[in-house]
Design a protein around this ligand. Structure first.
Ligand code: EAX
Length: 325
C-alpha cells in the first residue's frame, strides 16, 4: 500500500512539474513562404519570445498557406484556433473598413513617414479599432511599397494600364484603385504564380521582395515602379486569447512583436536596392520613372467613394492625409 501511495505521489509530483514546464504554444499564421517579409517578422518574434520567456512560450509558425489564405487565417484568429498572425493590410478591410485608410493610394511618401504615422496615435486608432472585430492589434510591420508588373507591355503612364487584367488582393479598395486606373482587376488570394504563368492574369502588383522570393522575374517581363500603395502588415492576436494572458506576458509579447516589426522593416528597406538590380539582371524591363501624375489623377476621387463613407473611417483618412501632405 505504502509503495503504491508513494508511486502515486511521485507520479503526481512528476505531473505537476511537467505541467509547470510545458510551454504554452502560440500558433502564428502567415500565408507566405520562408524568406518572405511576413516570415521574417514571424521568425524574429519566435526567437525573441522563446528566449525571453525562458521556455514558457513556444511559437509555432504555420506558413505557405498550410492553414489557408489570409482571410481564412484571420477567421481562425478571431476564433482563437490560432493565436496570432502577420497579415497583409489588404485582406483586412472586409473585417474592418478602417484598415482601408492605410491602403489609400499615394498616401505615404516613404517608409519614414509611414513609420511616424503608424507607430503614433493615428496608427493606434486603427489597431484599437480592430478590437471591434475580435483582434488585438499589436503593431505594423511591412510588405512595402507596391509596384506593378505585367507581361503585355511597358507601362509608363496610367493610360497604358487600360484593359490589363491585374490580380488584386481580396480588398474592395484595391479593386477600386485598379478600376480607377483603367485595368480589369481580378481579386484572387495569394499565391498567384500559376495564374501569371498560365496567363489567366496579365499582371499583379507587389513590393520588390515578392518579385524576388516568388521568382516573378521568370514570368513577368515588365515592371513599373509605381509605389502606388504602401502595404503594411498588421500584426494581430486573437482577442479571446489575449484576454487570458497575464499583463506581464502581454507586455513581453507586445514588445517582442514590435521589435520583430522594427527589425523586419529595416531589413526589407536595406535589401530593396540589391533586389532592383537583381530583377533587372534577371531580365525584367523596369520603368523607374513612371509619370505618376497620371496615376494620381485617376485615383484622386477615391476618398469620396462609399468605401470611406463611415464617419470614423472618413475622419481618420482626412487626418492622415493632413499629417502626410
Ligand atoms: O505578401 O496577396 C498579396 O498580394 C500580398 O502582398 C502577398 O501575400 C505577398
Amino acid at each position: 500500500m505504502k509503495r503504491i501511495t508513494c508511486f502515486f505521489c511521485i507520479a503526481f509530483l512528476f505531473g505537476v512539474s511537467q505541467m509547470a514546464m510545458a510551454a504554452q504554444t502560440i500558433k502564428l499564421g502567415v500565408v507566405t513562404k520562408p524568406g518572405s517579409a511576413q516570415n521574417i517578422v514571424a521568425e524574429k518574434f519566435k526567437e525573441l519570445v522563446e528566449q525571453r520567456s525562458s521556455g514558457a512560450y513556444e511559437v509555432k509558425i504555420y506558413h505557405s498557406k498550410s492553414i489557408g489564405n489570409e482571410t481564412e487565417i484571420l477567421q481562425q484568429i478571431q476564433m482563437n484556433t490560432i493565436q496570432m498572425g502577420v497579415i497583409t493590410g489588404g485582406p483586412f478591410d472586409t473585417f474592418d473598413p478602417i484598415v482601408r485608410v492605410i491602403n489609400y493610394p499615394f498616401l505615404f511618401k516613404d517608409g519614414a513617414q509611414a513609420d511616424a504615422i503608424l507607430d503614433g496615435p493615428l496608427g493606434k486608432e486603427i489597431l484599437d479599432d480592430l478590437a471591434t472585430v475580435g483582434f488585438k492589434g499589436l503593431c505594423f510591420s511591412e510588405n512595402g511599397f507596391r509596384n506593378l508588373t505585367n507581361n503585355k507591355h511597358a507601362v509608363k503612364t496610367a493610360d497604358e494600364i487600360k484593359g490589363l487584367k491585374i490580380r488584386v488582393m481580396a480588398s474592395p479598395l484595391h479593386k477600386a484603385i485598379w478600376q480607377s486606373l483603367g485595368a480589369n482587376p481580378t481579386p484572387m488570394p495569394w499565391p498567384i504564380y500559376t495564374e501569371l504563368e498560365q496567363g489567366v492574369i496579365d499582371g499583379q502588383e507587389n513590393p520588390l521582395w515578392v518579385m524576388e522570393v516568388y521568382k516573378f522575374f521568370e514570368i513577368q517581363k515588365y515592371m513599373t515602379l509605381t509605389r502606388h500603395v504602401y502595404s503594411p502588415h498588421i500584426d494581430v492576436a486573437s482577442m479571446i486569447w489575449w484576454k487570458t494572458l497575464k499583463p506581464a506576458d502581454q507586455e513581453m509579447i507586445g514588445k517582442a512583436i514590435y521589435e520583430a516589426a522594427l527589425f523586419q522593416r529595416k531589413d526589407n528597406r536595406d535589401k530593396d536596392g540589391a533586389r532592383l538590380a537583381l530583377l533587372k539582371e534577371k531580365g525584367m524591363t523596369v520603368e523607374e520613372q513612371p509619370d505618376l501624375a497620371t496615376f494620381r489623377a485617376k485615383v484622386a476621387d477615391l476618398k469620396d467613394m462609399d468605401l470611406f463613407k463611415e464617419p470614423k473611417v472618413h475622419a481618420l483618412l482626412l487626418k492622415i492625409m493632413e499629417a502626410t501632405k
